[in-house]
Design a protein. Structure first.
Length: 263
């Protein structure tokens, strides 16, 4: 499936979105089982059912999985219920647009070819009824290590992918999740420094100067929404501590919601 970068006119999107638009980021679904992961998965499945009933569109702004690597249709057992739910959304005609994050670089393959999910390696912008949206994960905007941009390019490179595919699929997932701290006990998961969050907010606000109306990102895990008249910038938060996500529709505009109380 063709990969798109940055600016995509609405009429060139592979699957045209229909409101309401749902925006999710940083779910970090793990192959590991446990009370917290099981609860996270249960709540997510319920939200996906709500999206199906809405007949809207799902936008995933990265790190939906704590680690995803396309391994010849291999799907870890713990991830199968959610992948099945995504497949059911697509069969029901729900468009899914997926921007890769720093935990799920390697989306193209089964999810795009078999399920029909549209994948964007960098970012996505589009216009709907004269409202301009900009969506990005954010790992290229703020990062803790100066060498991250180079590391990211290497991990995206065909030789790196080919080398990984020489390993057994379960081992690839074990190694991929071994370096993540988002499948640890909740109180051991570090929070992103406020300085980093502030840099992300500054980036989003700069997008208003490019005539965007709704600018959204993930990556830093803290839900923040600021309205400027009809314009909104939002960091979507995560599904670990906050169960937060964004919704836009014609009648209510953009809202940053909490799954537990829908406020």
């Amino acid at each position: 499936m063709k990969q798109h970068k940055i600016t995509i006119p609405l009429d060139h999107l592979e699957i045209v979105p229909q409101p309401p638009f749902y925006f999710l980021s940083d779910i970090h679904l793990s192959t590991r089982r446990g009370t917290e992961q099981d609860a996270r998965r249960k709540d997510l499945l319920e939200l996906l059912r709500e999206i199906a009933e809405s007949k809207g569109t799902l936008f995933i702004l990265g790190d939906f999985f704590d680690f995803w690597f396309d391994c010849r249709s291999y799907i870890p057992k713990a991830l199968k219920p959610v992948v099945k739910s995504l497949a059911e959304l697509r069969k029901a005609g729900i468009p899914i647009h997926y921007i890769g994050g720093n935990h799920d670089y390697w989306i193209p393959g089964y999810l795009t070819e078999e399920l029909g999910i549209c994948y964007y390696r960098e970012a996505l912008s589009f216009e709907y009824e004269q409202i301009r949206f900009y969506c990005v994960h954010g790992d290229q905007v703020v990062y803790n290590h100066f060498g991250y941009p180079l590391i990211r390019r290497i991990l995206h490179a065909a030789p790196a992918i080919a080398l990984l595919k020489c390993l057994p699929a379960p081992l690839i997932y074990y190694l991929g999740e071994r370096v993540s701290h988002y499948n640890r006990v909740l109180d051991r998961i570090p929070e992103v420094p406020e300085k980093i969050i502030g840099r992300m907010q500054d980036f989003l606000l700069d997008k208003f100067r490019e005539a965007y109306d709704i600018v959204l990102c993930g990556h830093v895990h803290k839900p923040l929404c600021k309205g400027y008249g009809e314009k909104h910038s939002a960091i979507l938060g995560d599904w670990i501590r906050h169960r937060s996500y964004g919704v836009w529709d014609k009648s209510s505009g953009f809202r940053l919601l909490n799954f537990s109380n829908k406020t």
